[in-house]
Design a protein around this ligand. Structure first.
Ligand code: IPD
Ligand code: CA
Ligand code: CA
Length: 282
């Protein structure tokens, strides 16, 4: 994160939260307009055949970055498509213009715009906009979390039997380990779902729809806005390293407090080698 320059911190945290909500809604409307004509979009692959980016992702990120730079020029910015811009205010915006690009391009509704703001203490604001479900999530540290302006709380789960767990995976992890994990998770009585976007499933933990979300490797822009939502809704998250680890994919777990430790253990999230992909011999 950036060093703080008091002269550069114009605008309050509450200003930034209001701005984040409105910006996520405007960005969601722009993303939706691309979604409705998705068959015309230029699509590129990134690291692999399943890691996609379209002109919609790029245009929505450009729109968000331009709006933040105009309103809070001293704030730092990290975006999935266009990388980092340094700042002097001590605030860093962390954005994923479309989380769930693969479902977006396949015509499914489970995608969202994710805008987070962090400071030296961690997640400060989280705004997640889900245009196709008409859902706007917002959290501000110390002020609670809302869905469409109504307060939300995590589920009162005591054990894995008390609800559904969202699980995600990508090509950064070992498929064999993922199979092992799912077998152990099922044997422990867990039931899981996957619905498009990881950021959205994390928001659903905050809303009490899922009792947890677990993914072995995610980037900071996939999870940080939702971390703020979950913490403000009374849940627990595995903290993301916002200093040296900011740009390094890391394990993500957000949960109702009573099931957090069980899932952290079952997910072997602190075992450095378990999730590392193995070379495939044919
Ligand atoms: C992906 C989504 C997906 C998760 C992946 C992420 P993207 O982000 O969150 O649900 O499983 O790990 O990379 O590429 O759609 O922005
Ligand atoms: Ca993402
Ligand atoms: Ca994305």
């Amino acid at each position: 994160m950036t060093d703080t320059d008091p002269a550069a911190t114009a605008g309050t945290v509450a200003d930034r939260a209001r701005f984040a909500k409105e910006l996520a809604q405007n960005a969601g409307a722009l993303a939706r307009s691309y979604f409705l004509r998705r068959s015309e979009l230029d699509i590129e692959t990134k690291r692999s055949a399943h890691d996609l980016v379209s002109e919609a992702d790029r245009a929505v990120e450009r729109m968000i970055r331009t709006a933040i730079a105009a309103r809070f020029p001293e704030d730092a910015l990290v975006g999935e498509e266009d990388g980092c811009r340094a700042g002097r205010s001590g605030f860093t915006w962390i954005i994923d213009p479309i989380d769930g690009t693969a479902p977006f391009l396949a015509g499914m509704p489970g995608w969202c715009v994710s805008i987070g703001l962090v400071d030296a203490q961690g997640p400060l604001v989280g705004a997640i906009e889900v245009p196709m479900l008409a859902e706007s999530y917002l959290a501000l540290r110390g002020q609670g979390a809302t869905l469409n302006d109504r307060p939300i709380r995590v589920a009162q789960a005591r054990t894995l039997a008390d609800g559904l767990v969202g699980i995600g995976a990508n090509d950064r992890i070992s498929n064999r380990s993922f199979g092992t994990f799912l077998a152990e998770f099922g044997a422990a009585g867990g039931a899981w779902v996957r619905y498009g976007s990881g950021a959205l499933m994390l928001a659903w933990v905050a809303a009490g729809r899922l009792i947890a979300y677990l993914e072995p490797r995610m980037n900071v822009w996939d999870c940080i806005a939702a971390h703020c939502l979950i913490e403000e809704a009374g849940g627990r998250v595995r903290p993301f390293d916002l200093d040296e680890g900011l740009m390094i994919p890391a394990p993500v777990l957000g949960a109702s407090p009573a099931v957090f430790d069980t899932l952290q253990r079952l997910g072997r999230l602190e075992e450095d080698t378990f999730w590392v992909p193995q070379a495939i011999s044919v």
